[in-house]
Design a protein around this ligand. Structure first.
Ligand SMILES: [Zn+2]
Ligand SMILES: [Zn+2]
Length: 236
C-alpha cells in the first residue's frame, strides 16, 4: 500500500512524501529544506526525487536547496524557467505533460492543471511495488481529465463558494482576490463534481490538501466529500 506523509499543506507551504515500501517520492518543496531533511529523515535513503507542480513559493521555495542536498527535481520546463535559484542543473529533470516516465518503482504521468503559473501540472503515480495508483492534484480550479482505477487521491479542496462569499461580505478579503482564487484554486463544489465524474470504485482513501485558512472549513469539507465519494477522507 502507498503510504502518504505530510509536513505542510496550504498557502504557507506544501511538502508531502509518498512511500510504496520500496522507494519514496517527495511531492513539492514548499517549506524550508531543513524541515524537509529532518521531517523525512528515516525516508531519505529511499527518496528518489522530488516532483514539483509549479513555481509558486509555497510549492518550490526550497527546490534549489534540495538539489544541493543531492535530491533530483522533476518539473515542467515552464516551471523550471521560473525557479531561478537552482545552481545544480544536473539535478533538473524536465517532465512533459502527457508523457509518462519511470522513476525507481514509480511510473509517473504529468497532467495539465489550471492555475496562474507558467506551466503547472498534476501527477498521476502508479507504484509497481504497491500496485496502486495515486492522483496528486493541487492549485487548479478544475481538472480537465478523468481517471480510472485510482486507489489514493490527494486533491486540493481550497474553499467553498459560501465561505468565500462570506469572507468578501465581511471585508476579510477583497473581491479581486475572490476572483483570483476562483480562477486558480479548487472549490469544494468543483471537487465534488470531479468525484462524481470519476470512477471511484477502487479508491480506498482521499486526502484533501491546500485548504484555505480564510475560506475553508476542514470538518465540513471532510463530511461533504465522504458523503459524495463514500470513501474515508483525511484533511492534511
Ligand atoms: Zn499553492
Ligand atoms: Zn500556486
Amino acid at each position: 500500500m502507498i503510504d502518504v506523509k505530510c509536513l505542510a499543506s496550504g498557502s504557507t507551504g506544501n511538502s508531502y512524501a509518498v512511500d510504496d515500501g520500496e522507494s519514496v517520492l517527495l511531492l513539492e518543496a514548499g517549506i524550508r529544506s531543513k524541515k524537509i531533511m529532518t521531517g523525512y529523515l528515516d525516508l531519505l535513503p529511499r527518496v528518489k526525487g522530488c516532483l514539483i507542480t509549479h513555481e509558486h513559493q509555497d510549492h518550490a521555495r526550497s527546490a534549489g536547496k534540495l538539489a544541493v542536498q543531492g535530491i533530483d527535481l522533476y518539473a515542467t520546463e515552464g516551471t523550471f524557467g521560473r525557479i531561478t535559484d537552482i545552481d545544480r542543473p544536473y539535478r533538473k529533470h524536465i517532465v512533459r505533460i502527457g508523457e509518462q516516465f519511470a522513476l525507481a518503482s514509480w511510473i509517473i504521468l504529468p497532467f495539465e492543471t489550471e492555475h496562474d503559473a507558467a506551466e503547472p501540472c498534476g501527477y498521476l503515480l502508479y507504484s509497481t511495488a504497491a500496485r496502486e495508483k495515486l492522483l496528486f492534484a493541487t492549485d487548479t480550479y478544475y481538472i480537465p481529465n478523468t481517471f480510472r482505477s485510482l486507489n489514493v487521491i490527494m486533491v486540493e479542496c481550497n474553499y467553498s463558494q459560501k465561505l468565500i462569499s462570506q469572507s468578501v461580505a465581511e471585508g476579510r478579503i477583497p473581491e479581486s482576490m475572490e476572483r483570483r482564487i476562483e480562477r486558480s484554486h479548487f472549490s469544494l463544489e468543483n471537487v465534488k463534481d470531479f468525484f462524481l465524474a470519476n470512477d471511484m470504485s477502487s479508491v480506498r482513501h482521499i486526502y484533501l490538501i491546500h485548504v484555505s485558512r480564510n475560506n475553508g472549513d476542514p470538518k465540513l469539507f471532510k463530511r461533504e466529500i465522504e458523503r459524495v465519494s463514500g470513501v474515508p477522507v483525511t484533511v492534511l
